[in-house]
Design a binder for this molecule. Structure first.
Ligand SMILES: Cc1cc2nc3c(=O)[nH]c(=O)nc-3n(C[C@H](O)[C@H](O)[C@H](O)COP(=O)(O)OP(=O)(O)OC[C@H]3O[C@@H](n4cnc5c(N)ncnc54)[C@H](O)[C@@H]3O)c2cc1C
Length: 401
């Protein structure tokens, strides 16, 4: 009999690990996958173009049910795991189904953080994480006019853009004085804001939400200074929290997320974890690039051919709003002793800032012209000595050569 691998979480990290495992050691395990969502595995990143009407749900499916059948994988979609008994090596699902494992892979992702202001449970208040959220937003856009998006980060701006494209009047509310402050410096954030305003989005910066006004469905958002904005739909994009309740209850060691070593193993050697639910050293994850690397490493260990180690690397950020070019990677602010090289071309709407630490490039923010982003990213990754390129660095690889 083959050993049993049970996967909890039918999302991007879990299924990528299974795909890598099938490539390395097809047929090694009897694989069972539990998913809380009632679908096959889909590309969550592309929920933004689905909301914007540029893609359909079918377009973003990665693995349909046929794929699971063809690979001999048992899929229990729409049946979340509610308990892990590590002593008996059994998982129990909401339906009552119990499955025994020899190896367990936890890939439960993150939960959207809903700011617990009064009114946050009213109908019309949503997150932006899964197909069900997108369907609710599209439904709201068909029947209502005013949307407020709370959180002006990457996810919030993509939600706002999508709702605008669906014909809603959209206000983005952000707590700091600049959009995407985790990825952009102020000049780039201002260019971005102007470009989005020109498309019709409205912004309220340095705005603190005090209450979501009801009574039966959301009608407005009220701020700490007493002002109000009309809202029939409120989308909260104020960050995510690793989804670790199940792991914690099972007694697995967690800090901010499930703690894993360089092989993606948890403190229980039979249990691995990948994706947004894990913590490696001090880091947690919110982009797919590092998660693909985790999937490779984890799969090689599950396949028994494990010599790879997971190494953290910087990941670039892009905004998926058609027509807006933006690229940010590494330390884009700089610190004591660092220098920056800046290019501004207001007429072309181009802004570039490169952050240097001695002879090395440590970060880049590009707006309006991002084609050299991957080159800068490569220089950062390699820790290349750019002293000889310094004079032409802002103009890209063609001039540097
Ligand atoms: C709208 C949107 C746009 C994004 N855009 C980008 C982008 O442009 N670039 C980028 O790099 N990243 C982007 N991301 C982030 C990226 O999607 C995530 O980093 C990635 O999906 C994380 O993979 P994961 O498997 O850890 O979590 P998920 O993909 O969320 O998968 C976790 C799955 O586990 C399920 N689950 C949870 N608990 C249980 C349980 N107890 N039992 C069974 N199943 C359970 C969940 O329902 C979910 O399906 C975006 C995210 C969103 C929401």
């Amino acid at each position: 009999m083959k050993p049993a691998l049970v996967v909890v979480g039918n999302g991007m990290a879990g299924m990528r690990t299974v795909e890598e495992l099938l490539a390395l050691a097809p047929g090694l395990y009897d694989i069972t996958v539990f998913g809380a969502e009632p679908h096959g595995n889909y590309n969550r990143i592309l929920l933004s173009p689905v909301l914007a009407g540029e893609k359909s749900v079918d377009d973003i499916m990665l693995n349909t049910r046929d794929w699971y059948d063809a690979n001999g994988i048992t899929l229990h979609a729409g049946d979340p795991v509610v308990a892990i008994d590590r002593r008996r090596r059994i998982v129990r699902a909401a339906s009552g189904l119990e499955v025994r494992y020899d190896r367990l892979l936890i890939a439960t992702g993150s939960k959207p953080f809903i700011i617990p202001v009064p009114g946050h449970q009213l109908p019309g208040v949503l997150a932006f994480r899964d197909i069900a959220d997108v369907e609710s937003m599209l439904d709201a856009a068909r029947n209502h006019k005013h949307a407020v998006v709370i959180g002006g980060g990457l996810l919030g701006l993509e939600a706002a853009n999508g709702l605008l494209k669906q014909g809603m009047i959209v206000t983005v509310v952000h707590v700091t004085d600049a959009l995407m402050n985790q990825q952009l410096d102020k000049p780039a954030a201002q260019l971005l804001q102007r470009a989005l305003e020109a498309r019709g989005l409205k912004f309220m910066l340095e705005a603190n939400t005090a209450e979501i006004v009801g009574p039966d469905r959301v009608t407005a958002v009220r701020f700490k200074d007493g002002t109000e904005v009309a809202a029939d739909l409120v989308v909260m994009t104020a960050g995510v929290r690793p989804n670790i309740d199940l792991a914690k209850t099972a007694g697995l060691h967690c800090e901010r997320a499930i703690v894993v070593d360089d092989t993606l193993q948890t403190y229980d050697p039979r249990v691995y974890a990948v994706g947004e639910c894990v913590q490696h050293r001090r880091a947690t994850f919110g982009l797919v690039a590092p998660i693909w690397e985790q999937a490779k490493v984890c799969a090689s260990h599950l396949a028994g051919s494990g010599h790879r180690r997971y190494i953290q690397q910087a990941s670039p950020t892009r905004l998926k709003v058609t027509g807006i070019e933006l690229y940010s990677v590494g330390d884009f602010i700089g610190g004591e002793g660092s220098e920056d090289l800046v290019l501004r071309d207001a007429r072309r709407g181009v802004y570039k800032r490169l952050v240097l630490d001695g002879p090395r490039l440590t970060g880049a923010v590009l707006y309006g012209d991002v084609q050299d982003g991957p080159w800068y990213f490569d220089l950062i990754q390699r820790g290349a000595d750019i002293s000889a390129l310094r004079h032409t660095l802002l103009f890209g690889p063609a001039l540097a050569a």
